[in-house]
Design a protein around this ligand. Structure first.
Ligand code: OGA
Ligand code: MN
Length: 277
């Protein structure tokens, strides 16, 4: 008798414009049979929640490897500790920027593709992770705004994020962040699929060639729009939850929490397949 594949992705939407809850068991997810369905849904919904799936690190790595080209950290680490505690993450300072809406890896040639967080220890207060759908936010703009922003380009830099959490940094710190470099990105990303998304976030500094007040107003207004209720999902973690997001069609941020409370997430990620263009 032929072996019939009865695995099917089972999901329910979290919100109308963003997010799906996945109901499949862990062994079904790790079988590889659902990979193309998962990737398609991820692109449509932006965020996938695997409630209390309890991935071990090895399982999380295996699952992430099914989602694309696995991208280890610069030092070769496969699983990254997301923690604001300097004893757990030596670069925890840098993570202070993650409290503000951002896209991961805007300074890279290609931003991160998909990223996955697993909850290992809950915060004592706060500590939700919020996501917004930048495809849906672009799509819902009025035609005049779409026309106005179509060809605009934006200067991005890592040092721009520094001023969010350290408004009066030491000159040495500023220069260290400036050494990471700068880049120019379109405000509207036309993906190879033809779909368009907004490119904003804490690395965005100003619109090239635009009056600086007008530029600040435009970027802030679009950020407010893209992160507003209809496009946003706020995830309240349960221990063992895993959340995967399409980093090319969303922004995300951590909500404030006690940096000493031990909140711990394990992150894995895949390389993006296309540059922002
Ligand atoms: C990240 C990130 C948010 C959080 O892992 O890239 O931004 O809630 N995390 O810790
Ligand atoms: Mn991030």
């Amino acid at each position: 008798m032929d072996i019939v594949n009865i695995n099917r992705l089972a999901q329910t939407p979290l919100k109308q414009n963003i997010g799906s809850r996945i109901h499949n068991r862990k062994d079904e997810l790790l079988s590889g049979d659902l990979t193309s369905e998962i990737l398609e849904l991820l692109e449509q919904r932006g965020v996938l929640l695997f409630p209390e799936i309890d991935f071990t690190d090895a399982e999380q790595v295996k699952f992430t490897k099914m989602m694309g080209q696995f991208l280890p950290e610069i030092d070769g680490e496969e699983v990254y500790n997301i923690s604001l505690d300097n004893k757990v993450n030596r670069k925890s300072d840098y993570l202070k920027g993650s409290l503000y809406w951002h896209i991961d890896g805007t300074m890279n040639k290609r931003p991160i593709g998909a990223a996955l967080l697993s909850s290992k220890k809950l915060a004592t207060w706060g500590g939700n992770t919020e996501f917004c759908n930048t495809y849906a936010a672009y799509e819902a703009l009025d035609d005049d705004t779409k026309k106005k922003i179509e060809y605009l380009r934006v200067a991005h830099s890592a040092w721009t994020t520094l001023f969010y959490y350290d408004p009066q940094p030491s000159q040495a710190k500023l220069e260290e962040m400036m050494a990471i470099g700068e880049t120019e990105l379109p405000l509207v990303w036309t993906h190879t699929s033809g779909r368009k998304s907004l490119v904003l976030g804490a690395t965005a500094h100003h619109v090239i060639g635009m009056d600086w007040t007008e530029s600040a107003s435009l970027l802030n207004g679009l950020r407010e729009w893209a992160t507003s209720e209809p496009f946003r999902y706020s995830h309240e973690w349960k221990l063992g939850d895993a959340v995967m997001w399409d980093n090319t069609g969303t922004m995300h941020r951590a909500m404030p929490y006690d940096p000493d409370c031990g909140r711990l997430l394990h992150r894995t990620k895949t390389a993006g397949v296309e540059p922002i263009a």
